[in-house]
Design a protein around this ligand. Structure first.
Ligand SMILES: [Zn+2]
Ligand SMILES: [Zn+2]
Length: 349
């Protein structure tokens, strides 16, 4: 079968390779991939900024892609609850179920967690074998490309849950990229009272999407942003700020909009090491919390959300390209064109 692999640790060394079709082991199913999204971490693999990429523990060549969905095509021994033909989305984190964190329902920080698409063969391929436990069934009416959104939606769901977003919350989201948008959707789904999304003038298309999920949007330089946050919080500032832009100005703005004793959730990962204004954090007893994973219950919630709102989620997929056009797909993602660029391995170019 055809698959897209990162072949070595040199930037942009990505190739379409011919590899054997996977067969399901005990407890596994094989998925015929219909859509696999291109995420920031795939760009890290592609561009290979050494200090970030080495942390992923990749062994070459690796078929990458961790945001995927498709039809179940084969069941391994001992699999129940799934059938050939089911449309599914897949949690790529192969959490171990045995470590301290898995046993205390904190699978997102599992100590021994290979990830499909960095450590085992991923979804930029015609077929992929996965642990059945990691597979979430979707309604037959869901457009298959939306199945690729399970992973980012689980992330957004987890962020809102971890931050305790609820009907009384005002949440600020800095950066309206794909992860900023799923964070917005997560907050919307958690019934946040107000969601304020901050972007740059060139983000207008993405900000418009955030407005469709009930957010108010501002450009980062607009003085009305600060006024609005203060006005809505009796002058205190936001209790919860999600920094999703992965930029130093974004992080600074996150701290400036955050109240004393409030929390900045760092989601975006800067490509260079960036100093934080530690003094501002210390004196105001603010917290900076890292968050980037999900638990099985976040996946169950994401699958439910996809079933209920598939038509509204569809615009998040801005492009569907065949594997052969991977260079276009990467260029679009790197250039921040559209929202989620997805590749469909069944398409021929
Ligand atoms: Zn991802
Ligand atoms: Zn574990």
């Amino acid at each position: 079968m055809r698959a897209l692999a990162k072949v070595d640790n040199i930037a942009k060394h990505v190739e379409i390779v011919e590899v054997p079709e996977p067969r399901p082991k005990e407890g596994e199913v094989v998925i015929g991939v219909l859509a696999c999204g291109l995420c920031g971490t795939d760009l890290t693999l592609y561009q290979w900024p050494e200090h970030l990429a080495v942390q992923m523990g990749v062994r070459f060549p690796i078929v990458f892609g961790h945001e995927f969905g498709g039809h179940v095509v084969e069941l391994g021994p001992g699999v129940s609850g799934l059938q050939v033909g089911d449309l599914v989305t897949v949690n790529p984190h192969l959490y171990c179920k045995q470590c301290h964190y898995c046993l205390t329902d904190r699978h997102e920080i599992c100590l021994n967690r290979p990830i499909i698409g960095y450590n085992t063969a991923g979804g930029f391929a015609e077929y992929v074998a996965v642990r059945a436990e990691n597979v979430y069934k979707l309604a037959r009416t869901v457009p298959p490309v939306v199945a690729a959104l399970g992973e980012p939606l689980a992330l957004g769901t987890h962020l809102a849950e971890r931050a305790g977003v609820g009907p009384e919350s005002l949440a600020v989201v800095i950066g309206p990229g794909p992860i900023g948008l799923v964070t917005t959707i997560g907050c919307h789904n958690a019934k946040a009272k107000r969601i304020i999304v901050v972007g740059l003038p060139q983000d207008e298309e993405r900000l418009a999407m955030a407005r469709q999920w009930g957010a108010e949007t501002f450009h980062a330089s607009d003085p009305a942003l600060r006024e609005t946050v203060l006005e809505a919080t009796d002058g205190l500032g936001a209790e919860t700020v999600f920094e999703v832009s992965g930029s130093l100005p974004g992080l600074r703005q996150a701290f400036s909009l955050c109240r004393r004793d409030g929390t900045v959730y760092a989601v975006g990962i800067p490509h260079q090491e960036e100093p934080v204004d530690v003094a501002a954090m210390v004196y105001a007893e603010k917290r900076l919390v890292g968050s980037r994973g999900y638990r099985p219950k976040d996946w169950a919630a994401a699958a439910k959300l996809i079933d209920a709102r598939a038509a509204d989620l569809l615009p998040l997929v801005s492009d569907v390209l065949p594997l052969a056009e991977f260079e276009t797909a990467f260029a679009k993602s790197i250039g921040r064109q559209g929202v989620r660029v997805v590749m469909d391995p069944t398409l021929s170019s």
